[in-house]
Unconditional design. Structure first.
Length: 143
């Protein structure tokens, strides 16, 4: 008999997140990216020059984690950080040519992930799943 803890929706979401993360880790090995680094690259492919703070807020990560992640991406040659001309306290993040070269692979992995996760669901079920996950999110972050 399975322990009652696995009936807890939070535990179920966490376990599914771990499974998704493990799949992504395997797919990202050739790119030398961790799943969270992949999200940063994907974000920058959509909007370069955003601040470290904006990246942290968008990905709901603490600033020190983002700083470490960006340092690693910079060391790999995928991004560069520059001081903001408008706000001396802010640091803006840009992709390098090597970072931009990841675009096709990032798009491919994004499509592959979406295809995997959406498999077996009708459009109506996906809409309902998204609605329910947003409801859970709202319960956790009521403000």
């Amino acid at each position: 008999m399975e322990p009652k803890i696995f009936d807890h929706v939070g535990v179920m979401i966490h376990l599914v997140d771990l499974e998704i993360t493990n799949v992504l880790k395997n797919w990202l090995v050739p790119l030398q990216l961790a799943p969270e680094q992949y999200l940063v690259i994907a974000l920058l492919l959509k909007k370069e020059g955003i601040s470290q703070n904006d990246i942290a807020n968008t990905l709901k990560k603490d600033k020190s984690s983002i700083t470490r992640m960006l340092a690693s991406l910079e060391q790999k040659g995928f991004i560069k950080r520059t001081g903001s001309a408008i706000d001396r306290r802010a640091v803006q993040v840009y992709l390098t040519d090597e970072g931009r070269a990841l675009s096709d692979e990032v798009d491919r992995i994004s499509s592959r992930t979406k295809e995997l996760l959406n498999s077996g669901f009708t459009d109506e079920e996906l809409t309902e799943l998204k609605r329910l996950l947003m409801k859970v999110s709202g319960n956790v972050n009521p403000l």
